[in-house]
Design a protein around this ligand. Structure first.
Ligand SMILES: [Cu+2]
Length: 267
């Protein structure tokens, strides 16, 4: 095999692997596009008589169950079984928690609530909160890492495939602070306890967003009237897109329904 053939061969394996991954993630109408951080030339103005938008992100039928994770180390602190936090679905209405809903294309509107610091706790070998979103200014944000466990954790953060920071946190180090600046989706993992994961989304100039609660509900207000694209982003499902028209002083309802896997037919 020549070098070129070897490269071509490897490339085709890689492409196949990526396509397989896309097929896996692309549940329902979601597409695996990462969240975008916001407009750079956003202008803060007073929104008189803006409209609002409320809605629900939910499954239509069967929804993914929370995966059971067996713990084999640090059991005194971590316990023996955890439930994955990727899919937090309400039994009541099949609503999905921790979906970031964002209205795109608003270039002038309400002021963003800029966070100077955010906190990520390590408690019982789980990150709390599992998902959080913050608006950052040009100075970035301080991420306070709190170790409530008194055991060794290693906080490793990624933006895409690149490491943002990778810091050990001893049981004796209750709190350490790291700076985050670049907007985007930051994945957090513990190199000691591989089940520990969290997502932090940093936005810049993007105040028109909401994160779904445990019933999959979201709400955004003070929206200048107009027709916009709305995206719903979930860590494991990717992005779903819809259009909404907002009118003066009125509320628009917009629901995202995720097509769950169909139930197996009984024989
Ligand atoms: Cu850990």
């Amino acid at each position: 095999m020549t070098i070129m053939e070897t490269i071509k061969d490897r490339l085709s394996i890689k492409v196949t692997a990526i396509l397989a991954l896309v097929a896996l993630i692309g549940v329902g109408a979601f597409t695996p596009i990462a969240v975008t951080a916001g407009d750079s030339d956003y202008e803060v103005t007073t929104v008189d008589d803006g409209g609002s938008m409320t809605g629900v992100v939910r499954f239509d039928s069967k929804y993914p169950k929370r995966k059971k994770i067996r713990i084999s180390k640090d059991n005194e602190t971590c316990g023996t079984i955890k439930r994955a936090e990727k899919f937090l679905v309400s039994k009541e209405n099949k609503g999905l928690k921790n979906v970031l809903v964002t209205i795109k294309g608003i270039t002038a509107g309400k002021a963003p609530h800029i966070s100077e610091s955010i906190t990520l706790q390590q408690k019982g070998c789980v990150y709390v909160p599992h998902f959080q979103v913050a608006e950052v200014g040009p100075e970035g944000v301080d991420l306070k890492l709190v170790n409530d466990d008194g055991i060794f954790h290693n906080v490793h953060t990624y933006l895409g495939d690149s490491t943002v920071f990778n810091v050990p946190q001893l049981g004796t180090q209750h709190e350490i602070t790291q700076k985050l600046s670049a907007p985007g989706v930051i994945k957090v993992n513990c190199d000691v306890h591989d089940w520990m994961s969290a997502d932090i989304v940093l936005l810049h100039n993007s105040p028109y967003y909401s994160v779904t609660n445990k019933k999959g509900e979201f709400s955004i207000d003070d929206i200048p009237p107009g027709t916009y694209t709305v995206t719903a982003w979930h860590e494991a499902l990717g992005t779903m897109t819809k259009e909404v028209t907002i009118s003066d002083g009125e509320n628009s309802q917009l629901d995202f329904v995720i097509k769950g896997k169909s139930k197996k037919k009984k024989k």
